[in-house]
Every structure is written in structure tokens, then in C-alpha cells.
Write a protein that binds this ligand. Structure first.
Ligand code: TYD
Ligand code: MG
Length: 455
């Protein structure tokens, strides 16, 4: 019998080594190398040259087809994908356990089956009966929705080829295994090889396949990071467990823009899309409270209004705390330093807590001004006007820098009944200000505070 060869593979980045090491030279993580058995049939699917010859084509002669997309009735879902499901695409959906990945995909499956498109839902984690319980709860009962509880990829591929569905869900990739690979399901080799086989199936049959991936404690999709490189699109389904709102965002999309987000609400009878996110995010706002401002932030192509809260309190220990949820943690000390140095607020002995209400994550610089004004407002214990909106990037000299898509942001503010927008002076030219809102340009943080915190 041939000697079994083993290798050590980093479970994070896929680095391979002949011996075990504590620290992965590839990604510098500790304790990620795991012994795996080398498969003998590694190159099984490499086509020989006689089978498969592709020739270069002139770019002018390639047909430019606008990919026909499958539209689901969930507009929020379509938008995140860039306008619908692209046939033959492989899409990865990651998210914490219990956030609602299975629920979302089962609902999408049901919508498609209702449109007479056969759907195959493969559950590696739950029995068909457990899936049925969920389906009953969601009121899902379509004849063309097929459920298969299977983890062996060979059998799954056979079923896909037999049923020829229009849409396939694999829930989850960490439970799927290929027989010829000897390591455990969920290991790097299994996840990688299973994904590449699913990719081949999707591309050759032209079937869109959605795979669910679990998320590790650090928030990345478990298994190799290369999984994200292999698939066509990567979506994350997020939200706080105790809140009912869920956000679907794309971090990679070969067929559309990233930065798009779809907002859903988890109800007793499943997920419902939220069409007017700004209203939802401002729902619980306590108007007239010090430390609260509203920003118009762009989430992909859509502006949303979100409340930013700050609490500045005297620090009781030597080391003041700076904590932020929903915004980049390193922006807060920076903005506080600007306020201290350019405006003269003595913040150094104060704790600062910043929170974006509603569990959204904002990651564009245009929210700087709102954070800075919230901090100043809480520090001085002086509320801003409840119908003001703040937009602008703050530079290190305290200047307010221009932002993108000012017109859309202002329109959204006007639509929701706000009276005044405080935005960068440099943004004032070249667009039409709506009639029912006042727009004030500012060049420095000091100016913005003078206007908004005037007595
Ligand atoms: P699930 O889709 O199983 O999460 P995931 O696949 O991401 O692990 O969602 C489970 C949670 O959603 C669970 O806490 C119950 C809740 N839920 C509802 O509130 N309403 C529903 O209709 C369904 C099906 C689930
Ligand atoms: Mg699940």
C-alpha cells in the first residue's frame, strides 16, 4: 500500500507546508496549520489539451450580452446583487449563526418556485423535516421547491444534473465534503475543492448557486479566505441578534457594485423587506437630546439618514475610553483631537462613546462632521436642532472637505422633512437645491459648531 502523504495547511489562508509550524508564514496567524492528507486525485479535473481548446477572440467580435438576470420579488435582495440573480453565478452568503441566512434563502427559493422555476435547496445542517418546519412557519409550499438533505458533493452534483433546477442553495459549504479528499468537512481542502466543483457546475450548467458560509468569531467567513476569491459575489447578512433589522451587503460582486445594502426586518413569519430605511433608522430618535445628530450617508447608490449618538462623560480613571459602534473606531480619537486642537474643546479627560443607531455600519468619510458635532453637543450638553442634517468630511486642520453625491443626500433629507442641511462650502456649486430645504455651506468645524450649537 502506498504511504499516505500528509501536509499542513493553514485554515485561514491556505498556505501549505511539509512540516507543522506554530505561525503561518502566509498570513502570520498563530495555530492555524492543520494536518491534512494529500489527495492522490488532485488533478482529476484538469482537461487534456485535446478535450478543451479555447482560442483567443478579438474583443470586437465578442458578443456583448447584457446578462439576463432573474428578478425576485424582493427588491432589496435584487439590488444587493446588482439587479437580480445572474445565471451561472456562484454567490457566497456569510453571517453569524441564527441571523437568518437559511430563512432568507428559503424565502427566495419559494419566490422563484412560485414563478414556475424549479429550485433545489440542499441542507447539510438540517433534516428535510426541520426545513419543512421552517417552511411551514414561512408559509412556503411550492411544488417546484425541492429539498435535499445531503452532504456528499458527488450525490449533490448528480441531483443537480438530474433535476436541472433554475436555482440551487447549499446550506452550508462547511458541511459539504468530497469523498476523494480525506480531510474533514469544513477544512480548507474540503471547502476549497467543494467550492471549485460547485463553480464548475454553476458555469457549465448555467445555474446560479448560492452557498451559505459560517462566520468565525473574528467576522470572516470560516475556512480559507481564498473562498471569497473563488466565488463571483460575497454577501454578508448582518444585524444585532436582539434587533429585528437585518442588513444584507455585498463586499464583492463581479456583476455589480459593492457598497449596496438591502434592509430586512425579521418578523414572526419571516423576513420582510424595508423599503424606506431612513424612516426606520430615525424611528426611535429622541429629538432634542444633546449628543444626537443625523447624517445623510450614501449606502451604495442610495442615501440613508441615520442618527449618530455621542456620549461624552468625565473619565474616572487615568485612561479615558473611546468606544465606537457602527463607525470606524480610529476615526473617533482623530475627530476628538481635531476638536481639541482646532476648536479648543478640552476632551482629554473625558470618555467618549459613539454609536450609530439601528445597528448600521457606516464607513464613508462624509459622516465625520456629524460625529464631531455630536461629540461637541454632548460635551457642552447642548442639543442641536432636531431638523438639521450634517454632511462633510473633517480634515486634520479642522477644514470641512467636499463629499460625493451631495444632491441625492440633500434630496433624501428634504423628503423626510428636515429643514436644514449643513454641508461643505465646496459642495455648493453645480446642482439645484430643492425648494423646501435650506442648505448652509461651512468651511471649518468651528463654523459648523457656531451655526448648529448657537444659543
Ligand atoms: P436562520 O435562518 O435559521 O439563521 P441562520 O441560517 O443564519 O443560522 O434564522 C434563525 C432565527 O430566525 C431564529 O432565531 C428564529 C428566527 N426566525 C424568525 O424570527 N421568524 C421566522 O419566520 C423564522 C423562520 C426564523
Ligand atoms: Mg441556517
Amino acid at each position: 500500500m502506498a504511504k499516505r502523504k500528509t501536509k499542513f495547511v493553514c485554515q485561514d489562508c491556505g498556505y501549505e507546508s511539509a512540516r507543522w509550524m506554530g505561525k503561518c508564514p502566509g498570513c502570520h496567524q498563530w495555530n492555524t496549520l492543520v494536518e491534512e492528507i494529500e489527495s492522490s486525485s488532485k488533478n482529476k479535473h484538469v482537461p487534456t489539451s485535446s478535450q478543451h481548446i479555447s482560442k483567443p477572440e478579438k474583443i470586437t467580435q465578442i458578443e456583448s450580452t447584457d446578462e439576463p438576470r432573474m428578478k425576485t420579488p424582493m427588491k432589496e435582495f435584487n439590488r444587493v446583487l446588482g439587479g437580480g440573480i445572474v445565471p451561472g453565478s456562484l454567490v457566497l452568503i456569510g453571517g453569524d449563526p441564527g441571523i437568518g441566512k437559511s430563512t432568507l434563502l428559503l424565502q427566495i427559493s419559494a419566490h422563484l418556485a412560485e414563478k414556475q422555476l424549479p429550485v433545489l435547496y440542499i441542507s447539510g445542517e438540517e433534516s428535510t423535516r426541520q426545513t419543512k418546519i421552517r417552511a411551514d412557519r414561512l408559509g412556503v409550499a411550492q411544488d417546484l421547491l425541492f429539498v435535499l438533505a445531503e452532504t456528499n458533493l458527488f450525490d449533490i452534483a448528480n441531483q443537480i444534473e438530474a433535476i436541472k433546477p433554475s436555482f440551487v442553495v447549499i446550506d452550508s459549504i462547511q458541511t459539504i465534503y468530497r469523498e476523494e479528499i480525506q480531510s474533514a468537512p469544513g477544512s480548507v481542502s474540503q471547502v476549497r475543492e467543494s467550492t471549485s466543483e460547485l463553480m464548475r457546475l454553476a458555469k457549465t450548467l448555467g445555474i446560479p448557486i448560492f452557498i451559505v458560509g459560517h462566520v468565525t468569531k473574528e467576522g470572516a467567513i470560516a475556512g480559507p479566505r481564498m473562498l471569497e476569491h473563488m466565488v463571483d459575489a460575497v454577501l454578508y447578512f448582518e444585524g444585532e441578534r436582539h434587533h429585528t433589522y437585518r442588513i444584507l451587503r455585498s463586499v464583492k460582486n463581479r456583476f455589480g457594485s459593492t457598497h449596496e445594502m438591502g434592509i430586512f426586518e425579521m418578523k414572526e413569519e419571516g423576513l420582510r423587506e424595508v423599503m424606506n430605511p431612513s424612516e426606520v433608522f430615525l424611528e426611535e430618535r429622541s429629538e432634542g437630546a444633546a449628543g444626537s445628530t443625523v447624517v445623510a450617508s450614501m449606502e451604495g447608490t442610495r442615501p440613508v439618514l441615520v442618527e449618530i449618538q455621542a456620549l461624552i462623560a468625565p473619565s474616572s480613571f487615568g485612561n479615558p475610553r473611546r468606544m465606537a459602534t457602527g463607525v470606524d473606531n480610529s476615526r473617533v480619537p482623530l475627530l476628538m483631537a481635531v476638536l481639541e486642537k482646532r476648536v479648543g474643546l478640552l476632551l482629554q479627560n473625558h470618555d467618549a462613546y459613539i454609536k450609530v443607531a439601528g445597528g448600521v455600519k457606516l464607513d464613508e468619510p462624509a459622516i465625520d462632521l456629524a460625529i464631531a458635532v455630536s461629540i461637541a453637543s454632548s460635551f457642552r450638553d447642548h442639543p442641536t436642532k432636531p431638523d438639521d442634517i450634517f454632511i462633510g468630511e473633517v480634515g486634520l486642520t479642522g477644514e470641512i472637505r467636499r463629499v460625493s453625491r451631495i444632491e441625492q443626500r440633500v434630496q433624501e433629507a428634504a423628503k423626510l422633512g428636515f429643514n436644514r442641511v449643513i454641508c461643505p462650502q465646496n459642495n455648493l456649486d453645480g446642482w439645484k437645491i430643492p425648494d423646501n430645504i435650506q442648505v448652509v455651506g461651512v468651511s471649518t468645524v468651528q463654523e459648523a459648531l457656531d451655526i448648529s450649537l448657537e444659543r
